[in-house]
Ligand binder design. Structure first.
Ligand code: ADP
Ligand code: ASP
Ligand code: MG
Length: 410
């Protein structure tokens, strides 16, 4: 008997009626003779509300206590969904992250899963029960509760699917699949029948919130068959798999965007061999993620350095660099906030020179200034003013013909 893992996101469980609806869909899979493991997020906006509660108490909560707080959200939905299933005559049992054997590294608020101890789940599955496991949470080897980062329930689902050797992992959400761009802001976006792990990983890392990046990474590494589909409609979703040929004549598969970015520029940095490593080691010590880095030569002795970070890290980045100004050897720092990153992604770029040039031209034609650029084999990202982010995404979506219903070339 095959096992299937089905994940329901928060918006698909925001009311008790939606929980009952989810239970009906789950029951269908069980009736088809599958062993069923369900992974759930917290109901609706619960996680945001819990964050707000903490904000009312302190500006600087201990990360351990935040994880303790946020993990409660999923505990509500596992119990209610198990009750709904049992009420329908489908015996179910809820598992918290630690009961489900989700072991993580000892990092609060953004932990990686390091092991899944599946015996307790397998025992209950063999008794014919439906398992309802809490997403987003785990436990360290020494018993501390951790969380996996916002959107992390996707990763719990994929990790369980890998550990259980499931036939498929279904990510059921409020859209019918992975689209060429976020359909909420790019109305012409259309659902993709399939996308490769690598392209999906780029899109997820570049801001496409439909899947947690680590879920895609995990699925790729463990060859988990993953599908994103609607939590309420029956239509086929998007399959994420190893190789997907490009649709007719298309080079780009999707457009992603991400706001809340700052560009920080360090002026007059002494041109010493350890200059860059010292600056970025200091930032890394303060757990500040740096994205795009541009170094420009000013004269023989001094250089200017720009890099992008998240807005939330801006103050910490300025503080840490200013406090070491002498040792690091620079003259001044300036920043520009209110920026965003817009990216095009597609494996078709590998063999098509000129994609970046076309992207820059299209943005220039719309008077959208590019502040920074970064590229990889299958993506080009441009940092632009946040106020122009959606317009940039829509323009690129149109310019690369992503709204067209192209024929599959298999
Ligand atoms: P869940 O609560 O089910 O985890 P999320 O809000 O995390 O749902 O993810 C679904 C949302 O992702 C959609 O409502 C959509 O606005 C957004 N999204 C962003 N990029 C894409 C994309 N390329 N395709 C589909 N949805 C996307
Ligand atoms: N409840 C968590 C969040 O809102 C995890 C998730 O939904 O995947 O981020
Ligand atoms: Mg999500």
């Amino acid at each position: 008997m095959g096992t299937i893992v089905i994940k329901f996101g928060g918006s698909s469980l925001s009311t008790t009626d939606k929980i009952k609806q989810a239970a009906k869909r789950i029951a269908n899979y069980k009736e088809k003779g599958k062993k069923v493991v369900v992974v759930v997020s917290a109901m609706g906006k619960t996680t945001d509300q819990l964050l707000q509660l903490a904000e009312q108490i302190t500006e600087n909560p201990a990360k351990r206590e935040m994880d303790m707080l946020l993990a409660t959200g999923e505990q509500v939905s596992i119990s209610l969904l198990s009750m709904a299933l049992t009420e329908m005559g489908m015996p179910a049992v809820s598992f918290t992250g630690w009961q489900a054997g989700i072991v993580t590294e000892k990092v609060h608020s953004n932990a990686r899963i390091v092991d899944v101890k599946i015996d307790p789940i397998e025992r209950k599955l063999s008794e014919g029960k439906i398992i309802v496991a809490a997403g987003f949470q785990g436990v360290t080897e020494d018993g501390e509760i951790t969380t996996l980062g916002r959107g992390g329930s996707d990763t719990t689902a994929v990790a369980l699917a890998a550990a259980l050797g499931a036939e498929r992992c279904l990510i059921c959400t409020d859209v019918t699949g992975v689209y060429t761009s976020d359909p909420r802001y790019v109305p012409q976006a259309r659902k993709l029948p399939a996308i490769s792990y690598d392209e999906m990983l780029e899109l997820a890392n570049l801001g496409a919130g439909v899947l947690h990046p680590r879920a895609v990474e995990f699925a790729k590494n463990h060859k988990v068959s993953l599908e994103v589909r609607s939590s309420t409609e029956d239509e086929e979703g998007t399959v994420i798999e190893e190789e997907v040929s490009m649709e007719n004549n298309l080079i780009v598969r999707g457009v992603a965007f991400e706001k809340d970015m700052t560009r920080l520029t360090v002026f007059g940095l002494k041109n010493e061999i350890t200059g860059l490593s010292s600056i970025f080691s200091e930032l890394a010590k303060s757990e500040i993620d740096v994205d795009i880095i541009i170094q420009s030569q000013t004269d023989g002795n001094k250089t200017n350095l720009s890099f992008s970070i998240k807005n939330k890290d801006r103050q910490a980045a300025v503080n840490v660099l200013e406090s070491q100004k002498e040792t690091l050897g620079f003259e001044s720092i300036e920043y520009e906030a209110g920026l965003a990153k817009v990216s095009i992604v597609g494996s078709g770029m590998v063999s098509n020179p000129g994609v970046a040039a076309q992207m820059f031209q299209v943005l220039a034609d719309k008077d959208i200034q590019i502040k920074m650029v970064s590229t990889s084999e299958i993506k080009v990202s441009a940092v632009v003013e946040e106020a122009k982010m959606h317009a940039a995404a829509q323009t690129l979506h149109e310019a690369f013909d992503l709204g067209a219903v192209a024929e599959e070339v298999k």
